[in-house]
Write a protein that binds this ligand. Sequence first.
Ligand code: ACO
Length: 331
Amino acid sequence: MGTLLEEIKKKAVKAQKTIVLPEGNDLRVVKAARIITDEKIAKVILLGDEKEIKKLCPDFNSDGIIIRNPKTEDVSEYANILYELRKNKGMELAKAEQLCRDEMYFGVMLVKCGEADGMVGGAIHSTGDMLRPGLQIIKTAPGISTVSSCFVMVLPKGCEYGDNGVMIFGDCAVNPNPTAAQLADIAVASADSAKRIAGIKEPKVAMLSFSTMGSASHELVDKVKEATALAKSLAPDVMIDGELQLDAAIVERVGKLKAPNSPVAGKANVLIFPDLQAGNIGYKLVERLAGAEAVGPICQGFNKPLNDLSRGCCVEDVVNVTAITVMQASK
Ligand code: ACO
């Protein structure tokens, strides 16, 4: 990943964006805030209590970092905006005020109000708790109805698959059981992430299944077929094909044999898994057994970028995901 991430960081420095890190009560996040600021990857708004942050990290230097504490500052303006946004969903003003004191909601409100360009959280919150405020408040980008995620998979040196050893896997973190329409959205968004984040010039998107071009019949296969047709109509300029088994998607010899007329078979660099069980297990298998580096999950489809960290993340992951978020904010 060395060179790709270095490129992303260089572009982030030029973009000069502001990113909220809501989990100022986590040492990894505090350390990352310092590095991001020193390397000028982004201007950081760190949420938390300054005294608590100093207790957590006694040598913390806050120069250049904006620290805000939703537990003590006046959140009434944000609460009013949140109330207006959600009152048709039953939100009451008192509840909106209470939510704005929560660092995840407050961080998302800063993004919503344009005080920050994106947010990176999830070092101590579950994916659901990280994404829910974004789904409710930031919503999807115009023309997109599904927020999903992808991983940039950097395969070990010398690996023959992908685009110069880089592949995109989607969705591995958000939609447990996508409909055909959601699967189509995931395919289109993943192709876009392949271009924008991984620098893959020509995404070749394989809609994965346990069947290749009708070799098996099952309602699960039908869903992938339907999703393939929908994705093709949503993005006629992108190479998308399916349904394909994994080997037919990435191994040239098998692709030629099983799907001889497919422009994607045997050459896929973007893999779309049929559901979250397959996607989540799939990326972890490649990471653990093949020794690939899995960068992400990177959220796609939001109207403004929000990204989720794994709770097992390290300081470097927070820095890297922040750089990626800046890239998404500058598109
Ligand atoms: N895209 C767009 N909007 C969505 C999506 C989506 N994928 N999912 C939910 N929404 C919207 C809903 O329409 C709703 O909008 P509204 O309130 O304005 O009507 C709002 O978001 C909240 O929806 P809920 O159904 O209440 O949200 P839910 O509690 O289902 O949470 C979530 C959604 C968080 C994405 C959930 O599906 C989830 O937990 N997914 C799995 C995450 C996970 O555990 N991943 C594995 C671990 S990650 C890893 O290993 C790297």
